[in-house]
Write a protein that binds this ligand. Structure first.
Ligand SMILES: Nc1ncnc2c1ncn2[C@@H]1O[C@H](COP(=O)(O)OP(=O)(O)OP(=O)(O)O)[C@@H](O)[C@H]1O
Ligand SMILES: [Mg+2]
Length: 453
């Protein structure tokens, strides 16, 4: 569809000349001779851009500009001024005009101006609609759960989001929802019109992480051919999410601490202090206090980030949430896969409630996604649930075991038993080894083998 441009000028000849050019360039053109008409047209015709003369018979161009900008914030307006009336131009810029062009026109310049303005406009619109969508997607009621713990967490999130708290700590095992919570905090805060920037500290070696975070000046190191802004600057006004902070090396931790205390930093190789205004959300799936005791995490940094902690418990400690979450994902995937699964079958329900969900909500979501792809019945059966879910559960001392038709991997059985024994023994390896009838060393070996730390 052709972009629609509104020409506002009281001189007919000018409108005529402009119309001819703009039509040649492939635009649809509408015209107005007065400010009043222009405002009318804006409402009725929804133009994509306005060419607005500064001098009009009824209102001044800047008044019209102001009125337009009040209602259509992102709509680009290019002012037309006569030669030498620079004050008007300055005033228009302040009121949000995209640019101005001086009569008599340089058409090449005008053409570029319009093209750029329209591009900038559609980008802005796109970002605005994206943000709107994100705000909806990351509302508080997207966090599912009926357990007391989740309710408490939601209250906490609401308070923190509305507060000015500049640092938030999210602790919880992998898959418990730290990412989700972090986004909800951002999109429910006053910062939601500014960027949300996330970085995973374990994904990059420390030197790279530092330059990603703080940026660098030209020539700071051999490859620094030009200046680069860091994520900290890009997130200015918004939220910076530092995921897996525990994997940050001690030396960088000191720099981060300094930054957290002042919200001021220097780009690598730079001398100037740069101040930013942002909220930092830090996440970890390890126990930071233990890491501090082991000398792997700085106590001072820990104290600094532990001001507003939110701990998300693993799913096995809030079993009431399992079924509501499962039902939530079923309806989500019903939409995605155009299916109409009505819920969990009785067997699936039992299975879900008895399983320990070491991968937490993520594992639950994945299990449902997979099963829903294959399920032919109205209710989700156990048939297509991932094997490791299929009936290994320890009840008191007895081991109930049903051999799934689809077969089973012995390794997986062993892994689940090791997990279960550790759970029953509350992490005490000597006890867990006893439960399994093996030596402590053998258990240690298995924990390592299955990566269960
Ligand atoms: N309470 C919840 N309600 C709805 N969806 C949830 C909930 N908790 C987690 N999820 C979903 O489960 C998946 C995993 O969550 P998320 O990625 O936030 O976990 P995480 O704690 O960041 O894990 P990791 O430590 O591995 O990064 C996501 O798809 C997330 O949307
Ligand atoms: Mg995460």
């Amino acid at each position: 569809m052709n972009k629609k441009i509104l020409i506002v000028d009281d001189e007919k000849v000018i409108r005529w000349t402009l119309r001819k050019k703009l039509t040649d360039w492939g635009y649809e053109v509408i015209e107005a001779g007065t400010g009043g008409e222009a405002l009318d047209m804006c409402q009725k015709e929804n133009p994509d851009l306005i060419l607005l003369d500064v001098k009009l018979p009824d209102y001044s161009g800047t008044t019209v500009l102001k009125k337009v900008k009040n209602t259509y914030q992102n709509l680009p307006v290019i002012m037309i001024t006569a030669h030498g009336v620079i004050e008007d131009a300055v005033k228009s810029f302040k009121l949000g005009a995209y640019d101005f062009i001086i009569k008599p026109f340089n058409f090449e310049e005008l053409r570029n101006l319009i093209k750029n303005a329209l591009e900038a406009f559609s980008l802005k619109e796109e970002i605005a609609s994206y943000r709107k969508k994100e705000k909806r997607q990351y509302s508080l009621d997207q966090i599912i759960g009926v357990s007391k713990k989740i309710q408490e967490i939601k209250n906490l999130i609401k308070k923190i989001a509305e507060s000015e708290a500049s640092i938030v700590l999210l602790e919880g095992e992998s898959g418990t929802g730290k990412d989700l919570v972090s986004k909800v905090i951002h999109y429910q805060s006053r910062r939601n019109n500014y960027p949300y920037v996330a970085i995973n500290c374990s994904a990059l070696p420390d030197t790279l992480l530092e330059s990603e975070l703080f940026g660098y000046e030209k020539g700071a190191f051999t490859d620094a051919k030009s200046q680069k802004k860091g994520l900290v600057e890009l997130a200015d006004g918004g939220t910076l999410f530092l995921d897996e902070i525990s994997s940050m090396k001690i030396s960088l931790q000191a720099k981060i601490l300094r930054f957290l205390e002042t919200l001021t930093f220097k780009r690598l190789g730079g001398v100037r202090d740069i101040k930013v205004d942002l909220r930092i959300i830090v996440a970890t799936n390890q126990n930071l206090e233990n890491l501090c005791k082991e000398g792997k995490f700085r106590w001072d940094l820990y104290y600094r980030i532990n001001v507003c902690p939110i701990y998300i418990p693993p799913l096995r400690e809030r079993k009431e949430d399992i079924i509501p979450l499962a039902e939530h994902f079923i309806s989500e995937f019903n939409v995605k896969f155009r299916k109409n699964i009505k819920g969990l079958s009785k067997e699936a329900r039992n299975l879900f409630l008895n399983y320990s969900w070491p991968g937490n909500v993520r594992e639950l979501k994945n299990a449902i996604e997979r099963a829903m792809i294959f399920e032919e019945d109205d209710y989700l059966s156990t048939k297509y649930l991932p094997i490791k879910l299929n009936h290994i559960h320890v009840k008191k001392e007895a081991l109930l075991f049903e051999f799934p038709e689809t077969g089973i991997s012995l390794e997986e059985v062993e892994k689940q038993l090791v997990i279960k024994s550790l759970e029953l023994a509350k992490g005490n390896k000597t006890k867990a080894a006893k439960l399994l009838g093996i030596s402590r060393d053998a258990l240690r070996y298995k924990i390592k083998k299955f990566n269960l730390n």
